[in-house]
Design a protein around this ligand. Structure first.
Ligand code: NCD
Ligand code: ZN
Ligand code: ZN
Length: 352
């Protein structure tokens, strides 16, 4: 391996797909612990999903969520709105306060799935070109293509995990449709083989896929706009129960995994910066100040469950050797994180 510099700096990273569970499930995570995990992982902006215990489908719930975030966040944050296809009156009221609209086309955490026929109505009703984010696995690919051809609004396909899903995105992009996609680190670095070993701790939506799907993702990196953590914390007690919920935490492991892949020559630093900073900032319109910088120590170390900021307190990547530990984070010239300690005051992050 080539000799590497001891530290590197990157611009502030943007994660457009996190579940910070606040309000409603703050035993799993809250805005303070979730944004602390973001800083520890080099993310200075996170975009929070709406599948809270009470889904964020009204202005009132959005405002309550923003009020809670205002008191606590140590990174910058924005929110995606939710819909079950029956809250179109709320869309114009919230449009200036959110970064996108999240639609669940498959069953996942929270009872949030919509009827397929409602998708096109949702597309027509969403009053802006802020992205519509889809949780859409293989089985609904056809529906997505059809809807997007009928109403070509900016669409971000979340957590693409299989060859079939990525092929749909590639076809849609090649046809000129306004589509982008994200892939999670767990789908890039774990397969169905790991799922056997990890049991409930490798249980997430979409599920871990065979090697052949993972290989296809790596071979078509240029079609992947964003690496998104899909940080979905659940407690050990929940994971150890008879009905473990879907989801794994990811904010603190995404950057080291990607930097390790870069060191191994699996992607370039330019691609890494595009997928963790430039593209998510552009797609979700969250500009990052030039004085927002992440410093990273490039010594090798082992990922572990200890000292994580996420309340979940575990990672499916424990035991993995990586390079790249965030040593310092500066937001708008202010030091907010150093050597494992968050120095920003709760509430000092900005609601975008
Ligand atoms: C997410 C969660 O726990 O909120 N779970 C998951 O497995 N990814 C929901 C989601 O993104 O589908
Ligand atoms: Zn999802
Ligand atoms: Zn998610």
């Amino acid at each position: 391996m080539a000799i590497m510099p001891k530290t590197i700096t990157l611009p502030g990273l943007v994660d457009p797909h996190v579940h910070l569970r606040d309000p409603g499930q703050t035993h799993k995570e809250d805005f303070l612990t979730g944004t602390s995990a973001a800083l520890a992982g080099g993310f200075t902006t996170v975009l929070d999903m709406p599948n809270n215990a009470e889904p964020i489908t009204t202005l009132e719930r959005l405002e309550a969520k923003i009020a809670s975030a205002k008191q606590q966040v140590v990174s910058d944050i924005s929110f995606h709105f939710g819909t079950l296809g029956n809250n179109f009156d709320e869309f114009p009221k919230v449009i200036d306060k959110v970064s996108g609209l999240k639609v669940y086309l498959n069953v996942t955490t929270g009872n949030f799935i919509i009827d397929a026929e409602r998708l096109i109505d949702i597309y027509r009703a969403w009053p802006s070109n802020k992205p519509i984010l889809l949780h859409a696995e293989d089985d609904v690919s056809e529906l997505v293509g059809k809807t997007l051809r009928a109403v070509p609004k900016a669409t971000h396909v979340c957590h693409v995990s299989s060859q079939a899903e990525l092929e749909l995105v590639i076809r849609s992009k090649d046809a000129g449709l306004p589509i982008t996609c994200g892939v999670t680190p767990h789908h890039l670095f774990l397969t169905d083989k790991d799922a056997e070993r990890l049991r409930a701790y490798g249980h997430m939506k979409p599920s871990l896929k065979p090697q052949i799907d993972q290989d296809f993702l790596w071979q078509h990196l240029d079609y992947i706009d964003v690496i998104e953590s899909d940080h979905a914390p659940h407690t050990r007690a929940e994971k150890d129960s008879d009905t473990p919920p879907f989801g794994v935490p990811g904010l603190e492991t995404t950057l080291p995994l990607m930097l390790t892949a870069e060191a191994e020559g699996r992607l370039t630093m330019k691609q890494l910066i595009e997928k963790l900073h430039t593209n998510p900032a552009r797609i979700f319109k969250t500009p990052i100040d030039d004085d927002t910088v992440v410093t990273i120590d490039m010594d090798e170390y082992e990922l572990s469950n200890d000292q994580l900021k996420t309340k979940a307190g575990w990672t499916p990547f424990a035991g993995r050797r990586v390079v790249g530990k965030v040593s310092q984070v500066t937001i708008r010239s202010n030091e907010v994180f150093k050597n494992g300690v968050v120095s920003a005051l709760p509430g000092s992050g900005i609601i975008l």
